[in-house]
Design a protein around this ligand. Sequence first.
Ligand code: ZN
Length: 166
Amino acid sequence: MPITPFHFGPGAVIHVLAPRHVSFLAFCAANVLIDIEPLYYMLAHQERLHRFFHTYVGASLVALATFALFLACRWFARLFWLPNPFQWQSLSLLAVAIGAAAGTCSHIVLDSVMHFDITPFAPFSDANPLFRVTSLPALHWFCLGSGAMALLILGVRRVAVSQNAR
Ligand SMILES: [Zn+2]
């Protein structure tokens, strides 16, 4: 299924471990953008859903597009004095770039395990060495577990900060 939130779990952990260096917003946006491809082919009743943008070459372009989209949205939001929830307009450009790159790269890795029709190394090779390297339930539990781990780390950090403030 395109645009699955399972992909967000590993991103949450990466973000929580390096909150100032990896934007979770960019990570999620890149994951949503890249899955427009299978959504499009699904709606067009095509058999092969994962094509160019589900290769590392295509995914790099999606990361660049995510970065450009962030710049465009920030420019638009500042021009029209739009609200700034979670201070997203103040995100560092490096954090957005790393978040977008991590989002697309991890997406290809996870999809490579799951989908038979992905050729991550095209146009250089049609091989997909990660296909079913682990079971699908294990893959989903890994993603869910990553998300739970991120929440746990966040919780522990909050408690530590509030105890230090006393
Ligand atoms: Zn995908």
